[in-house]
Design a protein around this ligand. Sequence first.
Ligand code: ATP
Ligand code: MG
Ligand code: FE
Length: 351
Amino acid sequence: LLVLGIESSCDETGVALVRAEPQRAVPALLAHALHSQIAMHRLYGGVVPELASRDHIRRVLPLAQQVLRESGHALADIDVVAYTKGPGLAGALLVGAGVACALGAALHKPVLGVHHLEGHLLSPFLSADPPEFPFVALLVSGGHTQLMRVDGVGRYALLGETIDDAAGEAFDKSAKLLGLPYPGGPVLAQLAEQGDAQAFALPRPLLRAGNLDFSFAGLKTAVLTQVQKLEAQGPEVLQARRADLAASTQAAIVEVLVKKSLLALRQTGLRRLVVAGGVGANRQLRAQLDAACQVRGIRVHYPELYLCTDNGAMIALAAAMRLQAGQQQAVCDYAFDVRPRWPLNALPSAA
Ligand code: ATP
Ligand code: MG
Ligand code: FE
């Protein structure tokens, strides 16, 4: 079963082809192609929705052609076309949905709308060390921060989530305050490597609340206060302390993510943790989770670095895993729709 996946929920256009085989537990990634719009949006300091949609339209078919070429397959070989149905920017989602339905209608093949976060969540199955169900998932992306109990494809129980900003948003907003370019997460992380993580005492909201919820909005305010204090002492003072402040910010975010993940593992009694989403690429987060889990005998799984942020492979994978798990293919009338807001735990189980 060959599944073509199309991702266009935000600022990357991704297309990929996976093959699902009955005898293999995890579908195989045959080819993938990605175009990131980061350079275009950087001029504006964030994603401009209208520009995002237009760029997806320009990129998606050439990327699909690239994927077919690289995999050695023809358009007619595709069995199912999957696209990101939500959550995300409505106009951007409509590009992937429209193209997927047009391809499906032309090929007389079914089309499947995929939940973007299910894609992130399942992306570690494409790694060299894939997880097994059940597990606790730490979903840390630009728009979401959630802990879930995962018992199978589509069997997601929300354990806790952020009550304000997402972890990726905390990285990006703090980075902006430090004068770093969009998206600030990876740039802040890089700057933090040269800084002292203990230099500034920043808040760890809800760390001792005993629940599995997160709050990162206060951190951003604390970073702003520090930036203003340093700036008041002169631009060279701020410049000299930026790495320290970046390291301290990263340490605050990472500590909360690690401690809450451990609490979720303790509360559920599960011995396996799966990390997914863009912030899952963070080296400090990985190092601290590895260390904490190793002493407790807990297995941790991550997506490959190139699959942490948005991509088409995770969308093709999620569709393929649903079909493999026995999900019935709905009769498709190609009347595509998107869901800009769509909670992950509202999804039905695959089988
Ligand atoms: P969502 O998936 O919730 O809709 P999104 O698709 O924008 O949001 P992702 O693509 O999963 O989110 O991840 C992007 C986020 O990951 C950005 O906030 C970015 O700063 C952050 N990020 C990426 N790499 C790193 C890193 N090394 N350290 C910290 N943050 C990172
Ligand atoms: Mg992105
Ligand atoms: Fe995403």
